[in-house]
Design a protein around this ligand. Structure first.
Ligand code: BGC
Length: 749
């Protein structure tokens, strides 16, 4: 690096105009420089799973070209690995490519919760679960930033749909917001401190996130201790002046100077405190300093090495949904009919701002030929991808081919135009033409493996009729080879579903509340997002959250759990590879609290580990459930509270394949509630000072009648109106009670 912010430059050296100028971009991708003081400009670039560095025309929709870069599996694939170390390795590779391209900040990862399978951008997001999103998101951030490059955690927050995304208000209750939609962001911020956080386009409970002091300062900085800068999503700024006061440091892209002038005018006429602008400027100077400290590249891009990593990650992203009669892996001696255009023209990423110009592109057909040899493999398209051409002839030829081969590998998927940033899907069905080909093929050859390519979940009405299904999501540039690796068993599948595959769209949590109307979307399902919903409602699903098979089998032994000195719950469980090949199991820990004082889903994922095991090997897997992750958001105190009690700890291979269960006693957080005349009879009775007295008095007058107590339990004591005690006696008790401190869930009194 040649330029750097001189160490002695401070906010005080900048004029008001210069400070304002730093708060918005110079153009589409760079910040402004201040030449007089030697403050350079820095470059940002999309996107989560590869670099989209535009050398010519610029845009934020992936329309104009970009320099070649490795296209790793989008988040929908990577998250199926349930492996933060793998995510970190991808981050390291992204960071290395950024260094080579002189990019200071990569705009990713995206960790918004998959609230509905219809969200057009689900392929860019990790999971329906905040712990999965947060743990993997932190891995990506750590990896990128280990190379001296910044990341941008996006889109903060509650950007869970594309419909009306620049205006819609996500109307979310405090508990769901904290426990589901913010929890992953909190995890990444606290664990990995990304250089930047990108605010979302939408409004949150009526307020534009780009000018929400509660979100950008109170929650992000004051509560979570965030040190970095907040950048706007591209075009998310509604009104720049309140944005500065709220903690939005950088507006992107350039406003052509318009909003800088607004900021200057607002300081001049007293609407904006210059001190707020100084804070933002200081943070921006710090960002530029960090960017300028970036070490030089080790050398040019090692295309082969990064392609190999993309292939490894793609292999880890594939989820084996079903494998009856061990039809998979295939052997090279079997003759194979490969059917479906996706085998030749892979769908490997989604459309929009994350669209990468790959350095290379593998297809599965070549990969299959590579494993089985040209003579064993024949291909027929089977159906047209765009609906054009002679569909009947394509189907006829494919069926004839299928009938004459040992096995069929049929590639089905969502056509690219149906999935993109910018709009949501309208349904979760595969095109009818594809399902017709599947039926016709099954009629002549039941030995069929379905390989799915899709960024968002699809309904699988045929699941019971085919012996094997591989969910391959979108796998990046080496996905074709990885699919073949899994089909032929050189890679043993280990991916797990980071989102539930429902039976029907009508069963999904947000159905009826998505995508909202007239500028508002109500998160009516509250906490019950993803598997939390299906479990709470006792609904059947096609494949549950956490599901994924292997070519080997694993035994999960008896789990043990105890609270360690940090207050976290340490879980250990022996896992054995009981099959004949090496493989990986993703061990999943779910907790629940029976009889909780608050509403809870039946179980929630709190820890997981991806465990490699040789055939026959056993290992004791240690996992940690953080005490903080047991907390619920308590609306009475506006804070996290760990409820005391006996937590059930279930460990398994999916949310519905729980193999072992144990329990652990956790002390609750002490909460202080003053007893007032608004406290209920039950609360007064539970008070350690006033309670026994109240009980004695009531007992002496009426006998302690449980039915009566039950009826009175909910009455605020101030409204009992003389029964069972005179108001003056109640008042005296309330005064004596004063403050009642006890642990939530603590029934010791
Ligand atoms: C997207 C962001 C992206 C930005 C820049 C926006 O439309 O929402 O995710 O980083 O454009 O391309």
């Amino acid at each position: 690096m040649t330029e750097s912010v001189p160490a002695e430059v401070s906010v005080a050296d900048l004029t008001l105009e210069e400070k304002a100028s730093l708060t918005s971009g110079a153009d589409f991708w760079t910040t402004k420089s201040v030449d007089r003081l030697g403050i350079p400009s820095i470059l940002m670039t999309d996107g989560p799973h590869g670099l989209r560095k535009q050398a010519g025309e610029t845009d934020h929709l992936g329309l104009a070209g970009s320099v070649p870069a490795t296209c790793f599996p989008p988040a929908v694939g990577l998250s199926a690995s349930f492996d933060p170390e793998l995510a970190e390795r991808v981050g390291v590779a992204l960071g290395a490519e950024a260094v080579i391209e002189d990019v200071a900040i990569i705009l990713g990862p995206g960790i918004n919760i998959k609230r509905s399978p219809l969200c057009g951008r689900n392929f860019e997001y990790m999971s329906e679960d905040p712990i999965v999103s947060g743990v993997l998101g932190a891995g990506v951030v750590r990896g990128i930033e280990s190379k001296g490059v910044g990341s941008s955690l996006k889109h903060f927050a509650a950007n869970n749909q594309e419909t009306d995304r620049l205006r819609v208000s996500a109307d979310v209750d405090p508990r769901a917001l904290r426990e589901i939609y913010l929890r992953g962001f909190q995890r990444v911020v606290e664990d990995a401190q990304p250089w930047t956080v990108m605010c979302s386009y939408n409004r949150l409970n009526g307020i534009h996130t780009s000018e929400d002091p509660w979100l950008l300062t109170q929650v992000l900085r004051d509560e979570w201790g965030y040190q970095g800068i907040v950048v706007s999503d591209w075009g998310a700024v509604n009104d720049r002046v309140p944005g500065v006061a709220a903690g939005l440091d950088l507006e992107m892209p350039s406003s052509g100077g318009r909003t800088d002038a607004d900021v200057v005018a607002a300081v001049r006429d007293g609407r904006l405190d210059e001190a707020a602008l100084d804070v933002v400027t200081e943070r921006l100077l710090e960002l530029v300093r960090k960017a300028q400290a970036r070490p030089a590249a080790d050398g040019p891009l090692d295309v082969d090495a990064h392609h190999a990593l993309a292939r490894e990650v793609a292999g880890r992203s594939i989820v084996l949904l079903k494998n009856e009669h061990a039809i998979l892996p295939l052997t090279a001696s079997q003759s194979v009919a490969v059917i479906g255009p996706f085998a030749e023209q892979p769908r490997y990423q989604g459309a929009g701002s994350s669209q990468i110009n790959p350095t290379r592109l593998d297809n599965a057909l070549d990969g299959i030929v590579g494993h089985a040899g040209q003579d064993s493999v024949s291909f027929a398209p089977g159906f047209p991808l765009d609906g054009s051409g002679d569909g009947f002839a394509l189907r006829r030829d494919a069926v004839a081919l299928a009938a004459s081969r040992d096995v069929v590998v049929l590639f089905l998927g969502v056509p690219a135009p149906e999935e993109s940033e910018g709009f949501d899907r309208e349904h979760i069905d595969l095109p009818a033409v594809q399902l017709e080909v599947l039926d016709a093929v099954l009629a002549v050859n039941p030995m069929a493996v379905v390989v799915l390519s899709n960024g968002g979940v699809v309904a699988l009405p045929f699941a019971d009729r085919v012996p094997a299904i591989l969910e391959t999501w979108l796998l990046g540039q080496a996905g074709g080879s990885a699919v073949a690796d899994v089909l032929y068993g050189t890679v043993n599948p280990s991916g797990k579903l980071a989102e539930t595959i429902p039976l029907r769209l009508q069963d999904t949590p947000a159905f009826g509340n998505f995508p909202g109307e007239f500028g508002h979307v109500r998160y009516g399902e509250g906490l019950l997002v993803g598997y939390r919903w299906y479990d709470a409602h006792g609904l059947e699903v096609r494949y549950p959250f956490g599901h994924g098979l292997s070519y080997t089998t694993f035994e999960i032994g008896d789990a043990a759990a105890s609270v360690n000195s940090d207050g976290d719950v340490a879980v250990t469980v022996p896992v054995t590879n009981t099959g004949s090949v090496a493989g990986r199991e993703v061990v999943q820990v779910y907790t629940s609290l029976r009889g909780s004082a608050v509403q809870r889903p039946p179980r929630e994922l709190k820890a997981f580990a991806s465990v490699p095991l040789e055939s026959g090997a056993t290992t004791d897997v240690s996992l940690t459930v953080r005490r903080a992750d047991l907390a619920y958001w308590d609306m009475r105190v506006d804070g996290w509270v760990v409820e005391g009690g006996r937590y059930v700890v279930e460990v398994g291979a999916s949310s519905r394949d729980l193999r072992t269960s144990t329990a652990v006693d956790v002390d609750g957080d002490a909460l202080t509630f003053p007893i007032t005349m608004e406290s209920t009879f039950e609360e007064l009775l539970a008070d350690p000072i006033a309670g026994p007295e109240l009980k004695t008095v009531v007992e002496s007058q009426f006998g302690f009648d449980n039915d009566m107590v039950k009826m009175l339990a909910n009455f605020p004591v101030g409204r009992l109106d003389g029964f069972p005690l005179p108001r003056a006696a109640i008042l005296a008790l309330v005064e004596r009670a004063g403050t009642n401190a006890r642990s939530i869930g603590d029934s010791s009194e």
